[in-house]
Ligand binder design. Structure first.
Ligand SMILES: Nc1ncnc2c1ncn2[C@@H]1O[C@H](COP(=O)(O)OP(=O)(O)OP(=O)(O)O)[C@@H](O)[C@H]1O
Ligand SMILES: [Mg+2]
Length: 311
């Protein structure tokens, strides 16, 4: 579990104070996969660093995995797994040596270490490079290794900062499956800009902008709450003048059209039958009709714009 109360961080620099995180309240139970989103510089990594006890908050505090981040930072560290934005690995050591070093820190019994390490390396398709120095790994390989390092001890709380950075589509899919497998009875917090990956995995969405939490919701609740107009995608057998619909029908809000296909924003889904009927009367030969649910990206951009961006 992750609970924070007014968690805040101010950096004092020569140019003045930077309020990177402002009074962040979180309450994340185990069994949830939570996404942390926000523009560059919003305060995601700073929040993650406070939760993983790398940075001390300047105000407020929190409990992570049952321990207080201010009072018991070492205990917090023993029950969490963190894959940081920049992977911390020893370049001159092999992957095996790197992982064994952390396995000792996490007190994984010696006799099980080889097994656990090999299984995860294989799962991420790195088994053939297990004895190569990590300095010679590609960016994606290093990223995979950093994730293995963070999950090796099956931590209660898993915190991943940009886990998909540099991963190929197949590796991204493997990572989703692994996260899903780990998610039962655990708390997983993923900070990312990769909304497409997150959308397939995350139960709950937290958006921060300028150090402040502006959204904390499930996707269904977000779509409802922010009342994005529904859209319908229509294709026709022959070219159709979709643009005309925008002028002639008051329930049509916006039309984005090509010759044979269009995405039409409407007031409510109740108007879909009327729209189809109207088009048929106008001579359209309709091929397909599909309601298009707003993507997480659309919702995200809508919310960030509504909040005036990040600066
Ligand atoms: N060590 C530091 N010293 C001074 N300022 C810092 C430090 N770390 C972060 N900041 C500032 O705090 C703010 C939040 O940065 P942070 O790295 O948390 O953003 P982020 O949401 O992770 O962004 P990104 O999406 O680019 O990774 C930024 O204005 C950044 O410049
Ligand atoms: Mg960051």
């Amino acid at each position: 579990m992750i609970i924070t109360k007014q968690l805040s961080k101010t950096f004092t620099t020569k140019e003045g104070d930077i309020h990177a995180v402002k009074k962040l309240d979180l309450d994340i139970k185990s069994g949830q996969i939570v996404g942390l989103f926000g523009p560059n510089g919003a305060g995601k990594t700073t929040s993650v660093r406070m939760l993983s006890t790398i940075f001390k908050p300047t105000f407020g505090g929190g409990i992570v995995g049952g321990y207080d981040i201010l009072e018991e930072p070492m205990k917090v560290r023993s029950v969490i797994g963190v894959a940081p934005e920049i992977p911390g690995l020893y370049p001159r050591l092999s992957a095996r040596r790197n992982l064994k070093f952390y396995a000792d820190l996490y007190k994984i019994p010696k006799y099980t270490q080889d097994n656990i390490i090999y299984k995860l390396m294989k799962e991420f398709d790195l088994d053939e490079s297990i004895d190569r120095a990590v300095g010679g790994y590609s960016k994606g390989m290093r990223q995979k290794l950093s994730i293995i390092k963070s999950i090796m001890h099956e931590p209660q709380v898993l915190i991943l900062d940009e886990p998909w950075a540099g991963l190929s589509p197949d590796a991204s899919r493997d990572l989703r499956a692994i996260i899903r497998r780990l998610s039962q009875d655990r708390t997983i917090l993923i900070s990312t800009h990769n909304l497409a990956q997150a959308e397939m995995l995350v139960d709950r969405f937290i958006i921060i902008s300028n150090g402040e939490k502006i959204v904390d919701n499930t996707k269904a609740e977000m779509t409802r709450k922010y009342e994005l107009n529904p859209k319908v995608s229509i294709t026709t057998m022959k070219p159709f003048e979709f643009q005309k619909l925008d002028n002639s029908l008051d329930y049509v809000k916006q039309v984005e059209a090509d010759k044979n296909k269009a995405e039409i924003e409407i007031n409510t889904v109740d108007h879909i039958p009327d729209l189809i009927e109207h088009m048929v009367k106008e001579g359209a030969r309709i091929r397909t009709v599909k309601e298009s649910i707003p993507s997480l990206e659309e919702i995200y951009i809508h919310l960030i714009e509504e909040n005036g961006g990040n600066n």
